[in-house]
Design a protein around this ligand. Sequence first.
Ligand SMILES: NC(=O)c1ccc[n+]([C@@H]2O[C@H](COP(=O)([O-])OP(=O)(O)OC[C@H]3O[C@@H](n4cnc5c(N)ncnc54)[C@H](O)[C@@H]3O)[C@@H](O)[C@H]2O)c1
Length: 359
Amino acid sequence: MQSDERIHKTISSKQNTKKTILITGGAGFIGSNFVKYIYNKYPDWHILVLDALTYAGNPENIPLEIRESSRFEFWYGSVTQPAIVNKLVPRSDIIVHFAAETHVARSIYDNSKFFETDVIGTQIMMNAAEEHQKLERFIHISTSEVYGTAVTDPMNETHPLDPTSPYAAAKCGADRLVYSYMQTYKYIPALIIRPFNNYGPNQHLEKLIPRLITNALQDKNLRIYGDGLNSRDWIFVEDTCEAIDTAIQADIEDVKGQIFNIGTGRDISVEDVAKIILKNIEKPETLIIKIPERPGEVRRHISSTEKAEKILNFKAKTNFSEGIQKTIDWYKINNPWWKKLEWMKEVPIKLRDGQIVMY
Ligand SMILES: NC(=O)c1ccc[n+]([C@@H]2O[C@H](COP(=O)([O-])OP(=O)(O)OC[C@H]3O[C@@H](n4cnc5c(N)ncnc54)[C@H](O)[C@@H]3O)[C@@H](O)[C@H]2O)c1
């Protein structure tokens, strides 16, 4: 056998072998979509989920078929608890670390949990990863929020890091912590992914798009912050799952120690998103009302897609009109899922002038 043929065979058999993947935060929005993605794509893989089931986590986000499968294990517990982390990490070939407190408004209302979960939790995960000699890949899920408002168009991975809310600062702390471990312990096979704004099925109603959709479905007002012109790079959650998968499949030498933005390269303002939703549901634009700007808001986010395209061969497939259609259809059908979350849709924030506004 030619030596390069042999190498090829080794690589392909390695990719097809059974893997154990640990997904932290797998009962949340992106995490549960990612569990579904991995379960369907890799019939031989064993999935471990570690989730603390906070208000944002819901085991029912994971379909019953998966929960009952012998390929799946659900571990109730926190990434801040070394005892459970140190049991699960050594069993894993691949780790995708999603677990976090994730809501900007909640981080303004009370930020204590954010630093504990997002920073200390990541430190505990990284300490376990550092000790685990056979770990093949550790993917840290960071966020575009670490950048703050765009100072370049588009924003690439070297854009300054200027987080503007406690959530963003906690995630930035975690992002820099992972980066420091990648520098200090060069052997940790880690990389960082910074997704831009995700939307899709199973997203908590506290987040903008589900809140707008479910309010529109109930003829309630769509409350938009500030002038409505804040814009985001909206990416459909299935595209994000595919992007993470490309980072799992890529040659480790191409991705180790690297940072990747995951976005579409297009931004749409919050007001336009509201109008698109209303048009789709056939409700009048008069439902839109403006409320004072939320403190700590980013003005604009737009991702560069160049590095992900070049190294991961990833390009988002779903355009916004397709993705929002799928998302609206999901919320229309899944009324019992989201009705239970209605009371948690908004958080009271006290502004400087003493006014309390629900965000
Ligand atoms: N949703 C987005 O638009 C977006 C964009 C960029 C990055 N991200 C990042 O992606 C990740 C997932 O985001 P999401 O929107 O799915 O979040 P989410 O709030 O829907 O889910 C978070 C999950 O983490 C779990 N969790 C919280 N604290 C935990 C702890 N101490 N231990 C174990 N599990 C814990 C929760 O129970 C929940 O299941 C986060 O790291 C977030 O910062 C999200």
